[in-house]
Design a protein around this ligand. Structure first.
Ligand code: HEM
Length: 123
């Protein structure tokens, strides 16, 4: 009987200790996890940052105050990729709206754009 009493007392205090220490073992609840922007890993979408992505293999442009990463799209662009590559790192609203030839892109092209949007251009 004494053994049973000691064993249950031991188990009781082990359980109490486990609950007390649990917060240190468990991962942070999602609500306390900082968003990725707060870690500083995400670059700000400024003109200076955009200008750094100015080549084939790393091509950002801004169109109508939004920044787009066209790196993956450029090789599949229906016209020669060179027409986009000339605008990497730059403000390309007029180029996009005129195709450099006074003609607008189709509604289909406009619908493709959001897939490549990074976010609004920041001051
Ligand atoms: C940024 C500078 C850009 C320039 C200078 C440019 C220029 C051109 C040119 C010269 C053509 C072929 C000629 C023609 O179809 O009339 C064309 C076609 C096309 N481009 Fe671009 N483009 C640009 C960006 C983009 C972007 C960002 C997208 C979509 C994400 C795109 C999607 C298309 C599509 C779908 C076509 C086929 C025709 C159409 O649907 O309008 N282009 N582009």
């Amino acid at each position: 009987m004494k053994t049973l009493y000691r064993l249950s007392t031991l188990l009781f205090w082990l359980a109490v200790g486990g609950f007390a220490a649990a917060p240190q073992w468990l991962p942070e609840p999602l609500s306390q996890t900082p968003p990725s922007r707060a870690t500083g890993t995400q670059p700000r979408l400024t003109p200076a940052e955009m200008a750094r992505h100015n080549r084939e293999g790393d091509c950002w442009v801004s169109i109508d105050q939004q920044v787009y990463d066209l790196t993956l799209y450029t090789p599949t662009h229906p016209a020669d990729p060179a027409v986009i590559l000339a605008w990497c790192g730059k403000e390309a609203s007029t180029a996009y709206h005129t195709k450099n030839a006074g003609r607008p892109h189709s509604p289909y092209a406009d619908r493709l754009l959001p897939r490549y949007r990074l976010g609004p251009l920041q001051p």
